[in-house]
Design a protein around this ligand. Structure first.
Ligand SMILES: [Zn+2]
Length: 333
């Protein structure tokens, strides 16, 4: 196995000036990766400035849950959002697809407690959204521009403290993700690229979630991965993947981590202009970053005192502030 996989790509600027929604209704159905239940969603057009709003339509009284970091309720192997005790699990792949397709606003009716797994990547969501057509709205898109770094890392001296996540000022959206799995087939690697609607489909969308065969039984005992199969996940044994078709990208594992990161960060509610540097992170750390981005300064300091992770750079939340949040400026592009 290669020791280091480094991908550097050319700069691709995003030029979309206006907000988008889907042109027509999108219907998708499959098993839920973790619940193992059949679930379906209907993506519907939404007006400008609605954001992405999920609606649990299977309940006697529908519950609206905005795709917002404030509503994150679980980050255990997937990202779940909820409100008033009602949850929707595994939103990250769909959120990533919406980001990649340039969708700013959508109403997503959910029939079940989880988003359909489909093939375990963002590919099918992305293709279905594109097939429906993208509708440009009259309102200008706003971006969240990072002005000063926010760094989240484990408290000094804590065990296994080699993971971290940070965001730095940059003109466009860039991700640098490094990982080091103790597995001969996954190994270590670095993915660095500017990512936009221009290259998301080809470079990121098709990367599938992955899991280790030896962990499947334990996950299932804990009520997770109940719908997981070779149809919606790469499954690894000691030496390779069990999926007959093999990998879609040579470095599919790390690209999936990037796909997850994009989806989790889109819970900021906005497209970010900044460089995200992540080391061995999963949904938990991704959520800490997106919450730190959306929180104001005193709250960030508070979180900095937590034992497991803290803001090591205590400069201001260092995001522009205009009309939405005190420390965030939503810049008209
Ligand atoms: Zn994932």
């Amino acid at each position: 196995m290669e020791d280091k996989k480094t991908i550097k790509r050319t700069v691709i600027a995003e030029s979309d000036e206006f907000q988008n929604t889907v042109r027509n209704i999108v219907y998708l159905k499959s098993v839920g990766l973790h619940s193992g239940k059949d679930v379906s969603i209907i993506i519907k057009p939404a007006p400008a400035n609605s954001g992405v709003v999920f609606i649990r339509k299977d309940l006697p009284s529908p519950v609206l849950i905005k795709a917002d970091s404030e509503n994150i309720c679980s980050t255990n192997l997937r990202t779940s959002i909820g409100r008033n005790g009602v949850c929707i699990s595994t939103v990250e792949h769909l959120m990533s697809a919406l980001w990649g397709a340039g969708i700013d606003n959508a109403f997503i009716e959910v029939y079940g407690e989880e988003i359909p797994a489909l093939d375990g990547s963002a590919k099918i969501y992305y293709e279905a959204i594109n097939e429906s057509g993208i509708k440009k709205l009259g309102a200008k898109r706003k971006y969240l521009k990072i002005l000063e770094p926010i760094i989240i890392a484990p408290a000094e001296g804590s065990e296994g403290n080699d993971y971290s996540i940070a965001v730095y000022p940059a003109e466009d959206f860039e991700i640098s993700y490094s990982m080091n799995f103790n597995h001969p087939f996954v190994g270590s690697g670095l993915f660095e690229s500017q990512i936009s609607t221009v290259n998301f489909y080809a470079e990121i969308s098709k990367a599938r979630t992955f899991g280790f065969l030896k962990e499947v039984e334990l996950l299932k005992k804990n009520g997770l991965a109940l719908g997981g199969s070779l149809d919606n996940a790469l499954v690894l044994n000691e030496t390779g993947v069990l999926n007959k078709e093999g990998l879609r990208y040579k470095d599919e594992f790390i690209r999936h981590k990037v796909l997850d990161l994009i989806g989790d960060l889109y819970l900021s509610g906005y497209r970010i202009k900044g460089k995200v540097v992540a080391k061995k992170t999963g949904h938990d750390m991704n959520a800490k970053l997106v919450k730190a981005i959306n929180d104001n300064k005193p709250k960030m300091r508070l979180r900095g005192s937590s034992k497991s992770a803290g803001i090591v750079n205590n400069k201001k939340a260092q995001l522009y502030g205009k009309t939405f949040q005190p420390d965030c400026l939503l810049v008209n592009y």
